[in-house]
Design a protein around this ligand. Sequence first.
Ligand SMILES: C[S@@+](CC[C@H](N)C(=O)[O-])C[C@H]1O[C@@H](n2cnc3c(N)ncnc32)[C@H](O)[C@@H]1O
Length: 272
Amino acid sequence: MPDTSKDREVSETFSKQYELVLADVMLAMEQEACGSNYGGTSWTTRAEADRMVQLLDLAPNDRLLDIGSGAGWPGLYLARTGGCDVALTDLPFSGLQIAARRAIADQLAGVCWTAAADGARLPFRDASFHAISHADVLCCLADRPAVLNACRRAIRPGGRMVFSVISIAPGLSGAAYQTALANGPPYIETDVPYTVMLEQADWQVADCFDITKDFVETVRRAVHAQEAHTKQLFELLGKVETTARMTRMKDRLAAREAGLHIRELYVATPAS
Ligand SMILES: C[S@@+](CC[C@H](N)C(=O)[O-])C[C@H]1O[C@@H](n2cnc3c(N)ncnc32)[C@H](O)[C@@H]1O
């Protein structure tokens, strides 16, 4: 269960989001921005998910764990493309339900498990997984060390973890920092860099790619998609909510075009 009132608020916000993600207009916009149609809420594009499959080095019969799996993007796609088994965990039941139905539709039901679980308290035996993934999840939760420790316990020797995360660009202060904070995911601020956090949780950083440029392009496509589908958004959400969403997205794009956020893709392996 979420630990603080902010965690609960984040979980409820995602829960409500998953109730809408399968609406035709939301799927159309997801397709236009990310090239996916799972009900995704991260900025993971299909090209990035393909890159994750390669980086995770997935093989048939491997077991993948996707944390903060939402409606199954990109976990189910990684499993289907990599030909492996997958366990999906998240807190909102509404997302997991969509993922479970998608697994059946994609004929993955026999190789897919879903569990409502906090990433910090994974309900699996130690060393159960060959690979772990998460997409923009660590910037949506407070206790990142606990999640990284739980992932470390869950990975098998020789396994890999690949994840994307959004951060405030280094070196910002004053108004620029506040703008970055206001327009980022709920837990974009970090006391310690991710490289250090990973080391402290007994992970070794094998690679870290700066994927900010692609990220900004994806946000730009998301803004265009909203503009192209405004009428359908009015019908689904009403004028007030649509206008608020569009303003929020444009503000985020402006912050990202101004270089206030970075998005990175990490590859980590157990350090010991
Ligand atoms: C940006 S969304 C990504 C969802 C999905 N993987 C995707 O790409 O569409 C972040 C997800 O992290 C989940 N999350 C937040 N806090 C969590 C926690 N403590 N444990 C597990 N998942 C959490 C949220 O519920 C949300 O589904």
